[in-house]
Design a protein around this ligand. Structure first.
Ligand code: SF4
Length: 381
């Protein structure tokens, strides 16, 4: 059964998701132009869409009834045609270092994680684009879950709405990194739609320079991203300087090799005064030698780049160790000596498993298979 809304705009047919139970359109899934079209069907003016967008994204309301500058009659009509889905906070954990992790439940019962990293001045929301991840990076607990499903644009942008409220940060400047669960370019269309929603001038109006998209290097997605009108900062999860090493850590490398990724990066339309970040998880005895650092510096010559070293957050189930502080310093110094801009990421939120590569929805009830069952049947089998 087709549960999508459909409208013809000139020769273009526009679809959007309907609430499968009530057949109402979900406001959380609509970009403003689509909302304008849907309201025009009801004979309403375009500015109503701007009002509704402002209520949802600027003021954080989650009920149509709360949109008090719409007449009561209009709110009643809208309630018969629209719904507004918002992820629900299941748990909210606070690390001793200020990092906060929220477990969020989506409308179909699936659970995902979003993280707040309070480093000043960059207050950052780390949000998920998929439940689980298909990329299976060897050092990542999320990868061990496999892909449960793609998140919708409304679920991706919804995490920002929820975090802004849960952390009392509505009206405060913050950054977003698409670095939670999932590979954003593996869910390309919904991720880009979420970015259009989040940057809409009548909504949160997030500047693209405050958004960073992190990818393991899905080349077709990278090529498409290079042509997008909304251009987030780009971070490439590299993790090794040679295809042989990287293929063992990032299985996707067997399909899209390092040379091709670097070629795309050299052509990528990087903003003035900006650089592509190359993330590099340091694993003791695997990719942390001086030779590796030298090879990395050679690889990045000619790329507008900076390197973010991430000493592994060791965890049960991850077959690698964190290098010693001395090895980390030596690796960073070798890069710096060769003119590479380098930083070492402080590990945040380890005590609540909110650190990089540690996002996983835990517990037997929430295994991927059972999550799928919950999604399909609304309960565990
Ligand atoms: S590191 Fe990122 S891309 Fe790799 S498995 Fe984990 S979530 Fe997926």
């Amino acid at each position: 059964m087709d549960n999508r809304g459909k409208m013809e705009e000139g020769r273009k047919v526009v679809y959007w998701p309907r609430d499968t139970v009530t057949s109402r359109l979900d406001l959380a899934e609509l970009e403003r132009p689509a909302l304008e079209s849907a309201l025009a069907e009801l004979g309403e003016e375009r500015f109503r869409a701007r009002q509704i967008f402002g209520w949802i994204y600027r003021r954080g309301v989650t009920e149509l009834e709360a949109m008090t500058d719409l007449s009561r009659g209009l709110r009643t009509v809208l309630a018969t045609r629209f719904t507004l889905t918002t992820p629900q906070v299941v748990t909210h954990e606070r690390s001793s270092d200020g990092t906060q992790k929220l477990l969020l439940r989506l409308a179909d019962g699936l659970e995902i994680e979003s993280v707040f990293i309070p480093d000043t001045p960059a207050m950052t929301f780390c949000i998920s684009t998929q439940a689980g991840c298909a990329m299976a990076c060897a050092f990542c607990l999320t990868g061990k879950m496999g892909l449960v499903r793609n998140l919708t644009a409304g679920e991706i942008a919804g995490q920002v709405r929820v975090l802004a409220d849960a952390l009392s940060m509505r009206g405060t400047a913050f950054n977003i990194v698409l670095m939670g669960m999932g590979e954003p370019l593996h869910n390309y269309d919904e991720t880009m739609k979420a970015l259009r929603i989040l940057t809409d001038e009548h909504g949160l109006a997030l500047p693209p320079r405050r958004i960073t998209l992190s990818t393991v290097g899905l080349l077709p997605g990278l090529e498409r991203l290079a042509r997008e009108p909304i251009m987030p900062n780009l971070a490439i999860s590299l993790h090794a300087p040679s295809d042989l090493q990287r293929g063992q850590l990032v299985p996707l490398n067997r399909r899209y090799g390092i040379g091709d990724i670097i070629d795309v990066c050299k052509r990528f339309p990087v903003r003035a005064r900006s650089r592509i970040t190359f993330e590099y998880v340091l694993l003791a005895g695997v990719n942390d030698s001086i030779e590796d650092a030298r090879a990395l510096a050679r690889l990045l010559a000619g790329v507008k780049s900076k390197v973010n070293l991430i000493p592994l957050n060791a965890a049960a189930g991850i077959p690698f160790d964190r290098p010693s502080d001395a090895s980390i310093d030596r690796f960073a110094a070798t890069l710096a000596e060769r003119g590479v801009l380098v930083s070492v990421r402080k590990s945040r939120g380890r005590d609540i498993r909110a650190a990089c590569g540690q996002l996983i929805v835990e517990g037997p009830r929430k295994s991927p298979a059972q999550q799928l069952a919950i999604a399909a049947f609304g309960r565990q089998p």
